[in-house]
Design a protein around this ligand. Sequence first.
Ligand code: SF4
Length: 384
Amino acid sequence: MKMTQLQLKIFSEFRCIGGSCPESCCERWGDINWYEDEIERIKNHDCSPELKELINKSFTQKPDGNYTIREVNGRCPFLDERNFCRIQLEMGHENLSFTCQSYPRRNTYNNGIVMERLACSCVGVLDMLFNDRDAAKLVMKEMHKDLEKASVAESSKNFVDNPELKYRNEIFKLLYDVIYDDSYSAETGVVLGALAVQKISQFAENGQAERIPEVIKAIKPQLRNKAQIETLERVQPNYSLKYALVEDILSEYINLNELYYKDNSSGVEKYAEGSKKFAEVFAGREYAMRNLFLNLLMDINMPSFSKSYTLYENYCYYVFCASAFKYFAAVTGFSGGNIEESFKKIVALISRHYCHNENTIARVLAKMKQLNCTSPAYLASLIK
Ligand code: SF4
């Protein structure tokens, strides 16, 4: 079968910024996977007595049988004082675990296409998204053989329970195109995506997944409707919804009071003022948020982050994550200091929970349903 790699332009350009990274992936991660054979390999490798001792005491077994690194004061114990990895320095990159070697790159295989993704939790990736207008351009390449083996295959077995995923590539491309279009705002693009997925999801839920290609064809011209786009551009943000949803979910993972001065009584004014300051910092780089949304679309594997939920529920989760980024654009704008650096750090930090942890979707969707805010109209006021 002919294979194609699908990736954003920056995928092949990405280089880790290493010791100068302000939110290193080797800090505050909490659970970095290592397999038994990978640990055996470094245990049997020549190295300094100090590193040997560290290796012997730093791994712990998890209930699933795999191993994880025991962090010390929120840092990987193998990080030295310059934030360089001791294993890499003494044994070379090839002796790191698969997780450490591949991060922030991941890939998924579906129907002849290997989707290669970069994590929003990497500050180096965010740096490229925010400073290269073309960072999120889609690139298609002929498949390199080795990658075929490394890809997480979406096998035909999955299609029995989720027949709509046979059309994962087609749905992704529709969403990508609609958000990429810069003739309207990125936020309007995200809402147009919600309208499209809602329709596609209805067919899948009614046992008509086979009709998805024809539904996509019918939807495309509807998404170009000028009056609809103008209406969406005029939607105003719903601040109380943002507070109720984004803060409630985030406070589970991070201490918001540590991040910024919080005073809910004047939250609306702060949000508006913070958004304005953020926009000033990114003046001339209005593409930055759109690039972030497009990278997120890939990072959380849209249109299906979790197979336990419908396509539309998955997309609601995507909108929630994008809204959280927008929310923190305002928060960092209001907080002052180096707004861009603070924003990159917080996006990297929350993405660890949103994009690498399938359990988060259950909590987010439960809260969204409780607040009754999963309609495209509500999603519009959430993302604005
Ligand atoms: S977060 Fe990204 S840039 Fe920073 S150390 Fe990790 S891979 Fe490198």
